[in-house]
Design a protein around this ligand. Sequence first.
Ligand code: PLP
Length: 412
Amino acid sequence: MTTTSDVKYTMNTETGQIASIIDAEKVRADDEYVMHTYGRLPVTFVRGSGVYVWDSDGKQYLDFLAGIAVNGVGHCHPRVVRAIQEQAETLIHTSNLYYTAPMTRLARKLSEISDFEKTFFCNSGAEANEAALKIARKHGKTKSESKFKIVTAKQSFHGRTLGSLTATGQPKYQSSFAPLLPGFDYVAYNDVEALKAAVSEDTCAVMLEPVLGESGVYPAHREFLEAARALCDAHGALLIFDEVQTGVGRTGKWWAYEHYGVVPDVMTLAKSLGSGLPIGACLARGAAATTLVPGDHGSTYGGNPLATAAALAVLETIEEEHLLANAHAMGAYFVHRLNEEPIKSKLSDVRALGLMVGVQLVQSDARRVQTEALARGLIINAIGDSTLRFLPPLIITKEHVDQAITILSEVL
Ligand code: PLP
């Protein structure tokens, strides 16, 4: 074991595993009562404001992960907090057997700022993708019993429920849970020829992330998404974009598809939509918008007044504070700073679309970098041995980027 410059953490430099001295008691209690499905870093966060969070010892951290692309407008944005407070005092839940105003308002707003006509609301990204998969299967079934095949990408990530896990093109997440859903094919991301070979008259949908997020920020090539659109049109299949991570301003536009000029039939959202309140959404246009009818699908909490009031406040904040332009500008500035010494020579690749940034380290020590950055008060995400992912709130300024760069320079 070696000790980092901050005595709070000890780390095994070979495995990258760390242990906390101060939080050992909390870690033990969590391990005893909470299912051990996450490899957590040993820090307990108790408060957040803007781009910062604080741990139980009062130590401040600059958050360049934003709850994995969730806290888009920052932690506890006053407008979102007010919307939640007011809605909580008014009406929290009634079920989808009745109409509620915040859901209607949010659905209308989403239509106004996108190319989609209708929205189905749920509570997470995986659930939004389940809705999209069900739209795809029903769409196919209305044409032919054999039109049920769904094409997705290798290295994609679409969630952990059985349907979204089947769509996720990563055997490491799937193998323990086989057999999964039948009828899925996987193609190498950005491989147009593989896509052409995989899509046929039996395909009911092609489902893609416009930027591979969980795998380390790999933006799609324009030709790949254009080919997907053309193939879906030619074969009567639906094009589904999973914008759970890329949506709601993350890439400097409301939706990543706008960068490519390729509009899907179905788009799924979650993460930043509620800036922390759990909400998922499946948006659709054309025939896909009316494929599901009463009885086909549902979710007890989906679109509840509390989550939809918060999401509406998030969208209004993004507009009023010009956060799309800010995400674009700060993404460019961050990439510019990463391409300067002393950091530049430690990286073999920098990939970005807006404030979705991934870097490849020359040395395979991503976990060490993540751990030592945390010890110095910067939250970032290590993916595998040599990739770092940054998903800061859309509200960051140049000063925050400079602060992160200073810490990264020390650590690298
Ligand atoms: N789709 C994408 C692109 C994601 O990045 C994620 C989560 O990381 C999901 C789906 C799953 O979302 P959730 O964890 O809200 O179910």
